[in-house]
Design a protein around this ligand. Structure first.
Ligand SMILES: [Zn+2]
Length: 247
């Protein structure tokens, strides 16, 4: 790799836009073309030194939200939703409709096809950017990150939840958290998927089976009288259970 160029076998020097400078020894390079016609070179490196991040002494529990992407047990944390995707997704539907009306193989069809592919790439890139920034921020800020070991593919079958979960790429996010924790010397604790995180009162430990109903957003503990926000309470329980597992 030389500045803004990369040397590829047979092709020689090719002008590139570098997304991230490489470090370590380059093992291989893979050239791919996206459906919209862009070329990408991904470079595989060895012996990349990663410096572990300083410990902060903080832990967090994360709950998957339907309206919000994530709910933190930490009251000071906030999370912005990838709402900007909404407009792109609406436009994608329009582009796909227009594509479906064209004769397959025609010149107009091909133009429409590229339009769809370009927008799909844009959405994917935005989403990945969102997930990467968020996972890095969390790993920097907390030493132990407790999450629910969710059966995401099972949830996607449940149609009402499907769109949201697919949109926000929960499983990709978990994957990033785990490998980044490995890089930076942090820990991810996975809480069993059958742990009733939303039903337990995080103050007194009472289990309220009535809260199983997803439409209940807030509830008052019949035993100790604490008022709970469904998701926040769940995140706190995930934190406590996760810490119990790792220590
Ligand atoms: Zn209680």
């Amino acid at each position: 790799m030389f500045g803004k160029h990369i040397k590829l076998p047979k092709l020689g020097l090719v002008k590139t836009k570098v997304s991230r400078p490489t470090s370590g020894r380059i093992l291989s390079a893979t050239v791919s073309q996206t459906p919209s016609g862009k070329y990408y070179v991904s470079v595989c490196c060895k012996e990349v030194k990663v410096v572990t991040l300083p410990k902060t002494g903080k832990s967090v529990g994360l709950d998957l939200g339907i309206k919000d992407f994530l709910i933190f047990s930490d009251p000071s944390a906030s999370i912005e939703n990838p709402k900007y995707l909404q407009n792109d997704l609406k436009q994608l539907v329009r582009f796909q409709k227009s594509l479906s009306r064209k004769t397959i193989g025609s010149c107009r069809w091909n133009k429409a096809r590229i339009k769809v592919a370009k927008l799909q790439e844009k959405i994917k890139n935005k989403r990945n950017d969102f997930l990467h920034k968020l996972s890095t921020r969390i790993i920097k800020e907390y030493d132990v990150v407790c999450i629910e070991d969710l059966n995401v593919s099972g949830m996607i079958k449940n149609h009402r939840l499907a769109r949201n979960i697919a949109d926000v790429s929960w499983s990709e996010f978990i994957r990033q958290l785990i490998y980044k924790a490995g890089w930076y010397g942090k820990e991810v604790a996975k809480v069993d998927r059958f742990f009733p995180s939303s039903q337990i009162c995080n103050i007194c430990g009472y289990k309220n089976s009535e809260v199983k109903d997803l439409s209940i957003r807030t509830w008052i503990c019949p035993k100790c009288g604490s008022m709970h926000d469904r998701d926040k309470n769940s995140a706190i329980n995930i934190l406590n259970e996760g810490l119990r597992i790792v220590t």
